[in-house]
Design a protein around this ligand. Structure first.
Ligand code: AMP
Length: 215
């Protein structure tokens, strides 16, 4: 497998960008999306994860490592993957590299000043029908409250995008991030993406980096 991980704070735009890259042959896996789907489906995993997510805390490593191992074990070995939201801790990064088929070849670090993150997260809206993401100020839908992609009116704020939970999520991120960056820097696979550019410019920069890596 070819695996690129997307690192960066919640709100740095990595999920939005990754969703757009599925047209060029990458599969996008977001552990946050997987957990939200599990909560919606009422599974045991969802039940366990919900309490942590509601508080803005991380779901424990063993649960997350099993979830990713299980997901990847069902994929063809020639899959090209953009992994979004995992790893969040050094033990999660080590678990990926411990399996020869899931070793990480590229770590893209979405770098954005912290001052911009709270506004980005609290303004974020997701279509409950098709998963498209918007921002009330920066990426609004063409018609207010209506999804451009599927026409649904179910554009909702995530329950963990309220200001109080966002601040907790950012503090959890800051605690873990330096260790993760260090881990991938030492492996010489860390590349920085300037995430304070307009979305189209970020997309161009990402595509270039992915193309030169996956050739
Ligand atoms: P996200 O959609 O990536 O912002 O993730 C939403 C929430 O899901 C996080 O605040 C965590 O509670 C949980 N989560 C997602 N991915 C992970 C992970 N790799 N490790 C631990 N918790 C995670």
């Amino acid at each position: 497998m070819q695996i690129a991980v997307l690192l960066g704070a919640p709100g740095s735009g990595k999920g939005t960008q990754a969703k757009r890259l599925t047209d060029v042959g990458f599969k996008h896996y977001s552990t946050g999306d997987m957990l939200r789907a599990a909560i919606k489906a009422g599974t045991q995993l969802g039940e366990k994860a919900r309490a942590f997510m509601d508080k803005g805390e991380l779901v424990p490593d063993p649960i997350m490592i099993d979830l990713i191992a299980d997901t990847f074990s069902k994929l063809p070995t020639d899959s090209r993957i953009l992994l979004d939201g995992f790893p969040r801790t050094v033990p999660q990064a080590e678990a990926l590299d411990a399996n020869p088929t899931t070793q990480v070849g590229l770590a893209l670090n979405f770098d954005l000043p912290e001052s911009l993150l709270v506004e980005r997260l609290t303004g974020r809206r997701t279509c409950q029908e098709c998963g498209a993401t918007y921002h009330i100020k920066f990426i609004p839908p063409k018609v207010s409250g209506v999804c451009d992609r599927c026409g649904s009116k179910a554009l909702m704020q995530r329950s963990d995008d309220t200001e109080e939970v966002v601040r907790r999520r950012l503090s959890v991120f800051n605690k873990q991030n330096a260790g993760l960056l260090d881990y991938y820097r030492k492996k010489s696979v860390l590349v920085t993406v300037r995430a304070d550019q307009p979305p189209a410019a970020i997309q161009t920069e990402l595509l270039k980096k992915l193309e030169s890596w996956s050739k």
